[in-house]
Design a protein around this ligand. Structure first.
Ligand SMILES: [Zn+2]
Length: 156
């Protein structure tokens, strides 16, 4: 992870170009990508989560299947959502098969877009606090944020 963070930092610093990160679009790393100044990324988490019966609300994961519940709490019975997907397929969220997969995938994709919008509006340092991995936060703070802050104070 430290190498990937350093690589992104160096590309940003040396080339100043737009950066797209392939396949690192999980909810824990989206705030990290924001704090690194990454311009875009792709993710399949929305459909992978749906396949395993997970419904996302913000970055929180809830399960609609007992079999895959694991560490995720069950989706509350009173859960409501007015996203475009749920307006069409809300009754299918808890179903098995293609109907359930479709409903969860579309809801999760919408939820992911809203999360990315929210994180994109945050200052990078604030976004970084959303990552629960302390080591990752520390690496980004030391190698990116601290450098950026000290560079802006170079003349004082
Ligand atoms: Zn929804």
């Amino acid at each position: 992870m430290a190498e990937a963070i350093e690589f992104i930092r160096r590309v940003r610093e040396e080339f100043g170009c737009k950066i797209h990160v392939l396949g690192v679009g999980g909810y824990e790393f989206i705030p990290v990508l924001r704090s690194l100044g990454v311009d875009s990324f792709d993710s399949t988490s929305w459909i992978h989560d749906a396949r395993f019966g997970i419904v996302r609300v913000g970055k929180r994961a809830y399960s609609v299947r007992v079999r895959y519940r694991g560490k995720n709490p069950p989706l509350p019975e009173d859960f409501r959502c007015d996203c475009p997907a749920c307006r069409l397929f809300f009754e299918d969220l808890r179903k098995n098969g293609v109907a359930g997969l479709r409903a969860r995938a579309l809801h999760n994709a919408w939820n992911l877009l809203k999360f990315v919008e929210e994180v994109s509006r945050m200052p990078p340092e604030r976004a970084l606090r959303l990552c629960r991995f302390r080591l990752v936060r520390r690496i980004v703070l030391e190698r990116v944020v601290w450098r950026r802050l000290t560079a802006s104070c170079a003349g004082c």
